[in-house]
Design a protein around this ligand. Structure first.
Ligand SMILES: C[S@@+](CC[C@H](N)C(=O)[O-])C[C@H]1O[C@@H](n2cnc3c(N)ncnc32)[C@H](O)[C@@H]1O
Length: 194
């Protein structure tokens, strides 16, 4: 995939154009940057995209997405009160981030905030992370999804976790594409869904 003109690869890292400057998007800190460097083939994010982001943490990747989806919005969910403090501080500086303290097991709780997202993005290291993703996707019915799987959070051998994840996703979605991002995020695969 050709990168959009606001992204470029430089010295093994990714850079994002912000105004006239290029800022580093570190793949070791963001699995979405790792996905692009790992030759991920799908990039549905546009200026207007509405993204429901599960597992926002302090907002590192959310911040980059807010620069990309400049006229859209990022609804950023996290269960951690400590992470939420930084996320709220970030949201105060950006006009398109909506932080929400909540548990991704319960999509009905953030339904009013999320509205109709175009893209579901999930990065949650939990044993039932695949089920959380499927539940949210079916609930909100976005067009596209990204699931970052941490194999070590699920019991079993890494290869078995990945094949079981693919099996469940294929049972539920028409398009499932896998990108290995373990070079930057140990024990992780990225799944693109339609
Ligand atoms: C690996 S971190 C996310 C990093 C972030 N995506 C980034 O790129 O900057 C995983 C996050 O998932 C959150 N989390 C874990 N279980 C959750 C749940 N059930 N609902 C919402 N967030 C959860 C954790 O609090 C943690 O902040």
């Amino acid at each position: 995939m050709d990168l959009p003109n606001y992204l470029r690869k430089k010295r093994g890292k990714l850079e994002l154009k912000k105004g006239k400057k290029w800022i580093t998007w570190n793949p070791y800190h963001s699995k979405l940057a790792a996905y692009l460097l790992g030759s991920g083939e799908n990039w549905p994010f546009t200026r207007e995209s509405k993204v429901l982001y599960l597992g926002a943490a302090e907002g590192n990747t959310v911040n980059f997405l807010s620069n990309i989806c400049i006229e859209g919005r990022i609804i950023a969910i996290d269960i951690s009160r400590i992470s939420m403090i930084e996320l709220v501080t970030l949201a105060e500086k950006k006009r398109n981030i909506i932080p929400f303290l909540g548990d991704a097991h319960f999509p009905e709780k953030y339904r009013n905030h999320a509205g109709n997202p175009d893209i579901l993005y999930q990065d949650i290291a939990q044993a039932d992370q695949v089920n959380i993703f499927v539940r949210n996707y079916k609930y909100f019915k976005p067009k596209y999804g990204f699931l970052m799987i941490k194999s070590h959070s699920i019991s079993g051998k890494e290869s078995e976790v990945y094949s079981e994840t693919k099996k469940i996703l294929k049972q539920n979605f028409d398009v499932v594409k896998v990108t290995n991002i373990s070079k930057w995020a140990k024990g992780h695969n990225a799944y693109y869904i339609e």
